[in-house]
Write a protein that binds this ligand. Structure first.
Ligand SMILES: Cc1cc2nc3c(=O)[nH]c(=O)nc-3n(C[C@H](O)[C@H](O)[C@H](O)COP(=O)(O)O)c2cc1C
Length: 215
């Protein structure tokens, strides 16, 4: 049993990464091996419309034909039993790196036949973690619905949690950040963020249990 987590934040140790680490810790406690990929460490592009994944009889039919650092990650995703994707929300969407990852992951298995068949090599639970400046869950409602809808249809039952009003800087005094109530951010970071991480941990445990049921 293996769980892979993909971190779409350019920051390897901040909010999204910590939520993902918590989720993976839950996966490990439920008996899974884990892998954490930081997309920022990889050299890769989004889909380049080569259509190798649609080429009838071709060597990459229903697989991403591009060859770069993401190739191994896509292979690892399909080897795994649980997929966890984490992203900060940037301008109401996932980060550019996550978008590029999802283009490659999704487009390669979506067939252009009349039925729009999805040829995923397997079904697995998908857990999505978003972290936001926005104060509450569901502020970016259509983003959440789009991610859950596509992941569920393409890969497997999907669930999404968020950490909201996250801490963005070590020291707010050093930045032009007058829009924030700094005391409230710090209080929230100390009191609510640990609970968010706990929810991520529980979600990781749940994901492994669900993956066992799917087997
Ligand atoms: C370029 C950029 C755009 C952002 N856009 C949004 C946004 O549209 N909505 C939001 O709630 N937060 C937005 N944020 C805040 C981040 O989503 C939030 O601070 C997140 O927790 C950062 O994750 P990290 O600590 O893992 O890097 C933005 C931050 C950056 C740097």
């Amino acid at each position: 049993m293996k769980a892979i987590a993909v971190n779409g934040s350019p920051r390897r140790k901040w909010n999204t990464a910590q939520m993902l680490e918590s989720a993976l810790s839950g996966c490990r406690d439920a008996g899974a091996e884990t892998e954490l990929v930081h997309l920022i460490d990889l050299k890769f592009k989004g889909c380049t419309s080569c259509f190798g994944c649609k080429r009838l009889g071709g060597p990459s039919y229903a697989k991403c034909a591009m060859r770069d650092d993401l190739t191994r990650v896509l292979d690892d995703v399909w080897d795994a039993d649980v997929l966890i994707v984490g992203s900060p929300v940037y301008f109401g969407d996932v980060t550019a790196d996550v978008r590029a990852f999802l283009e490659r992951l999704w487009f390669s298995i979506l067939m252009y036949n009349k039925e729009h068949t999805v040829r995923a090599p397997k079904s697995m639970p998908v857990k999505i973690i978003l972290t936001t400046n926005a104060p509450e869950f569901g502020f970016h409602k259509s983003l959440n619905e789009g991610l859950i809808g596509t992941m569920s249809r393409f890969i497997g039952p999907a669930e999404l949690i968020e950490a909201n009003a996250t801490l963005q800087f070590d020291d707010y005094g050093k930045y032009d950040a007058g829009m924030f109530d700094v005391d409230d951010r710090i209080k929230r970071h100390n009191e609510v963020f640990p609970q968010d991480c706990r929810r991520a941990y529980e979600m990781g445990k749940r994901a492994v249990a669900e993956a066992k049921e799917l087997k």
